[in-house]
Design a protein around this ligand. Structure first.
Ligand SMILES: [Zn+2]
Ligand SMILES: [Zn+2]
Length: 141
């Protein structure tokens, strides 16, 4: 992993840099993340809020609210549609950057998966990954 982590969307309009290593990397298999990613899971690279700086580009936001009123905000590039970031009322101290948007993805090592209860049945994750059927209590997602 290089000193400064950089990344951006598919079209290049949105670029960001992260000045600290992520707290953790997880895979979310919830129904919403499957829809947004168009795949079996979304790769959340969780950074401290202040460690992420956007250098250029404007993100659009799609907000969804849980039954208890807590919002989850999906930030995406309005030009190419890339999912770039998730922020959550539940965890205001973090920003979850989509792992696939990093320039260098070779060092990413997911350690947990969320919402395995709605996962696709063919998906087999590497041994050692912690599996949570939904949100773990007080977790980092
Ligand atoms: Zn874009
Ligand atoms: Zn999810």
């Amino acid at each position: 992993m290089s000193e400064v982590i950089t990344g951006g969307c598919l079209c290049g309009a949105v670029r960001y840099r992260c000045t600290a290593a992520p707290n953790n990397v997880g895979l979310c298999q919830c129904e919403r993340c499957q829809r947004q990613s168009g795949s079996a899971f979304l790769m959340a690279t969780v950074f401290a809020r202040d460690a992420v700086e956007f250098e250029r580009g404007e993100l659009k936001v799609f907000a969804a609210f849980d039954d208890d009123g807590q919002g989850l905000y999906r930030h995406f590039c309005p030009t190419c549609g890339s999912a770039v970031m998730i922020t959550l009322d539940r965890y205001p101290e973090i920003r979850s950057i989509m792992g696939g948007t990093l320039d260098d993805k070779s060092w990413l090592k997911p350690t947990y998966s969320l919402w395995t209860s709605s996962g696709q049945p063919w998906l087999v994750l590497p041994p050692g990954i912690r599996l949570h059927p939904d949100y773990p209590d007080g977790a980092v997602a």
